[in-house]
Design a protein around this ligand. Structure first.
Ligand code: TYD
Length: 208
């Protein structure tokens, strides 16, 4: 964690509890290890990103390639201006969503070509992949009860879309088990937080 920081991403369906778990993990890393923790999210981790977030979630309807490029633009700027500098100074970066969201939503959900989309992502981020990715896995059938407020464009995409997205996440995790940890997100907040800490602890040489 000294030479280069630690890069952690949370993934999962809308309303799976990513932001709560990212906050609890960040607090634990700060309080127990005195780490510099940078918590961020996609889309919208930067000022430009917040404009892009508004456009992609609440703007006019766009076709899947345009949607994919908007997310990739947000991500490229996010990495260059915030994530990479933080990692270079040794911080722990915790992001709520990263490139796997595009692979799950735009390839899985929108059915764009996964190979091309992966290449686009890696190009956009200059090859930066998280040290660990935590999938908070939740059956999409449970989602509507957790969502609050008016649904955005992606939340309105329909049940099949969200099922394809979940399947894509599980396939990504199965294909790269050394990077992914899959956690059942239907449990209680504290129970899930304990599993998240256990997933991250080996990377910081800690015991939970
Ligand atoms: P987010 O703010 O994480 O919403 P939530 O809190 O509901 O999970 O993400 C907004 C939406 O953008 C979400 O539906 C997932 C979608 N998304 C993509 O489709 N592709 C991407 O690359 C990213 C980062 C998000």
């Amino acid at each position: 964690m000294t030479a280069r920081g630690l890069f952690i991403s949370f993934e999962g369906g809308d309303g799976a509890g990513k932001s709560t778990q990212s906050r609890l993990l960040g607090q634990w890393l700060e309080e127990s290890f005195g780490a510099e923790v940078v918590r961020t999210r996609e889309p919208g981790g930067t000022s430009l990103g917040r404009t892009l977030r508004e456009l992609v979630l609440h703007g006019e309807d766009v076709e899947p390639r345009t949607e994919a490029l908007l997310y990739a633009t947000d991500r490229a700027h996010h990495v260059a201006s915030l994530i990479r500098p933080a990692l270079d100074r040794g911080a722990v970066v915790i992001t709520d969503r990263y490139l796997d969201s595009s692979l799950a939503y735009q390839a899985g959900g929108r059915e764009l070509d996964p190979t091309q989309l992966r290449e686009l992502q890696l190009w956009a981020v200059g090859g930066l992949v998280p040290d660990v990715t935590i999938l908070l896995d939740l059956d999409p059938a449970l989602l509507p009860q957790r969502l609050t407020g008016a649904p955005d464009r992606l939340e309105r995409a329909g049940d099949d879309f969200h099922r394809r997205t979940r399947d894509a996440y599980l396939a990504l995790a199965a294909a790269e088990p050394e990077r992914w940890r899959v956690i059942d997100a239907s449990g209680g907040i504290e129970e899930i937080a304990g599993q998240v800490r256990a997933a991250v602890a080996p990377l910081i040489g800690a015991r939970t």
